[in-house]
Design a protein around this ligand. Structure first.
Ligand code: SPV
Ligand code: MG
Length: 290
């Protein structure tokens, strides 16, 4: 079974999958090594890694190539966060096969206007497109896939936009009717009440996807017990871990006046060489260098 089919099957099973964010191939490799089921090609992280806001500032081609590099570095399924789909439904029909060809197993597309603003920023621009318009985008994404295992996940930002649970449920049902394989429901409330209420009220067959960044107290065991959630995404923990670690080490080197204190506590150069895939290259040297 290829990784698209594996991802689709697990999404439909009642076992909760967990995906870790990545912003480059190395962070994806570390997430796979830690045992996550999938890699979340987070738009937030990819943007942060280029030091630009998560607001469609990264050009499409750059985003696609970053996702291609991530998918090439790991064997686990990779989910591409394509924001609003880089245009209208027609654009989506051209964009989706490119992510599939780049090795991704799924896309997540959200129902905001282009250019989107990041969902978790206080007082961000959170404008939704019409339901019918987004249904057209979901249909275009589903119609454009080449491999039946490739998944199209529709994300409603109705709760983020303050439009209420009724609107969120109406949108989720409409997107499922348009062919979405799963529904990502996002919230930026600091407690899980809003999300738990949505999950309880959800009558659709499509599995739900949660991103508990704003309400970290909700554990995997709680989510699994809800029974309707197929995937939990940890949306920005790779970049936050990297930023925290780099800040700390950089400050200590400045304070200590050298690397003599920090060096022994860091991952060794040997470990980094292994993460670069050195063993594979050495094997190729043995076989091909004559
Ligand atoms: C991302 O990681 O890019 C997401 C999740 O879309 S969030 O930033 O919470 O909107
Ligand atoms: Mg995003």
């Amino acid at each position: 079974m290829n990784r698209n089919a594996r991802f689709r099957q697990k999404l439909q099973d009642s076992v909760l999958m967990h995906a870790m964010s990545a912003h480059n191939p190395l962070s994806a490799r570390l997430a796979a090594e830690a045992g996550f089921d999938a890699i979340w090609g987070s738009g937030f992280e990819l943007s942060a890694s280029q030091a630009v806001p998560d607001a469609n500032i990264l050009p499409f081609g750059q985003h696609l190539e970053m996702m291609r590099a991530i998918a090439a570095a790991v064997d686990v399924p990779v989910i591409a966060d394509i924001d609003t789909g880089f245009g209208n439904a027609v654009n989506v029909s051209y964009v989706v096969p490119q992510y599939e060809a780049a090795g991704c197993s799924a896309v997540v597309m959200e129902d905001k206007t282009f250019p989107k603003d990041t969902s978790l920023r206080a007082s961000g621009r959170q404008e939704l497109v019409r339901i019918e318009e987004f249904q057209g985008k979901v249909e275009a994404a589903c119609g454009a896939r080449r491999d039946a295992g490739f998944c199209v996940i529709a994300r409603t930002e109705a709760l983020i936009a303050g439009a209420g649970e009724g609107e969120a449920l109406a949108r989720a049902s409409a997107y499922e009717a348009a062919g979405a394989d799963a529904i990502l429901i996002h919230s930026r409330q600091s407690t899980p009440g809003e999300i738990l209420s949505f999950v309880a009220a959800w009558r659709g067959k499509a599995p739900l996807v949660l991103v508990p960044t704003a309400y970290p107290q909700l554990r995997e065991s709680d989510i699994q017990a809800l029974g309707k959630v197929g995937l939990v995404i940890y949306g920005n923990h790779a970049i936050r871990a990297a930023v925290g670690a780099m800040r700390d080490v950089f400050a200590r080197i400045r304070r200590d006046g050298g690397i003599h204190e920090v060096d022994a506590g860091l991952p060794s150069v040997k470990e980094i060489i292994a993460l670069q895939g050195d063993a594979v290259m050495r094997e190729r040297e043995r076989r091909y260098l004559k």
